[in-house]
Design a protein around this ligand. Structure first.
Ligand code: AMP
Length: 287
């Protein structure tokens, strides 16, 4: 496998995509914000198993960042990303030079997934999922991939994307594939934002995966009440994280809060360690 084709403009991208579609090849799309890690690479590898070609997008999407968030300091490393994407089997990397490649002058069309975007991260990051749904919709319309791969690490994002694709009939050509969260050996969920953590914060960040584990252990021991499971998770976070944004147990599909574990539920955490906002989640099922 050679180096991926690096494409910096929409116009150039359209040429490559036209040729690919004319050849009748199956395409997998992996949208990312770059600074690639093993989580992203697991999506690229699965894409290359399931399709003839994998396209990776690297775009720090400004419309999904709030005014006081980390858009300007989000980590970037295009050279490293290209090397990693090549090793994982990517065919093409689309890294637009300028947000105007994605949002042309006069842009005014938005995709909003009304209910799913309200709670959890959507409640704390107003407009975030509108930005995500819009850019993912545009990327699917642009690439027309047979499949698009996303990580369960961003559980609410995956739910929003699945809903959007179904509601807008994009599922006529694109299947959404969700893949498990890739973790460090000690349990920390991989994230580009882990680069912000100093060694002391990195240790405290482990409390998120421990909190999920603690709730899962309580569930296995017979606990069914959401309040008790959330309390078990919070107990691991207290004294470790600097601020808890939320710890919530929700229905795994609707993301509505639940009071008891019945069927499939998901426990989601967002918390600040230093200035870094981290998220993690775990599906809790009755065995
Ligand atoms: P990002 O670059 O953070 O926007 O992530 C791009 C894609 O990679 C999204 O579908 C994420 O859910 C996925 N992803 C991020 N971190 C992980 C991880 N630790 N394991 C699996 N997928 C991940």
């Amino acid at each position: 496998m050679g180096d991926p084709i690096l494409v910096r403009t929409r116009q150039e991208l359209l040429v490559h995509l036209r040729q690919l579609h004319e050849r009748g090849e199956r395409l997998a799309l992996v949208p990312t914000m770059g600074f690639l890690h093993e989580g992203h690479l697991s999506l690229i590898r699965e894409g290359s198993r399931r399709a003839d070609r994998v396209a990776v997008t690297i775009f720090v999407n400004p419309t999904q960042f709030g005014a006081n968030e980390d858009l300007d300091r989000y980590p970037r490393d295009l050279e490293g990303d290209l090397r990693k994407a090549a090793a994982a089997g990517a065919w093409l990397v689309y890294a637009p030079t300028d947000p105007a490649e994605v949002y042309p002058p006069g842009f005014q069309t938005w995709v909003q997934v009304e209910k799913l975007e309200l709670g959890l991260c959507g409640g704390r990051r107003p407009g975030h999922f509108r930005g995500v749904a819009t850019v993912v919709c545009k990327l699917i319309a642009l690439f027309r991939p047979q499949l698009a791969l996303f990580g369960q690490k961003d559980y609410q994002q995956l739910a929003v994307v699945r809903r959007m694709v179904r509601d807008l009939d994009l599922d006529a050509w694109t299947e959404i594939v969700g893949l498990p969260t890739v973790r460090e050996a000690d349990g920390l969920a991989l994230s580009s934002r882990n680069a912000y953590l100093d060694p002391e914060e990195r240790k405290r960040a482990l409390s998120l995966s421990r909190a999920l584990e603690s709730a899962a252990t309580r569930l296995r021991a017979g606990e069914r009440e959401a309040a008790a499971l959330v309390a078990a998770a919070r107990a691991e976070l207290e004294g470790q994280v600097d601020r808890i944004d939320y710890v919530e147990l929700v229905d795994a599909d609707s993301l509505e809060p639940v009071e008891r574990v019945q069927g499939s539920t998901c426990l989601l955490i967002a918390a600040f360690v230093g200035a870094t906002r981290l998220i993690d989640n775990r599906v809790l099922d009755l065995e």
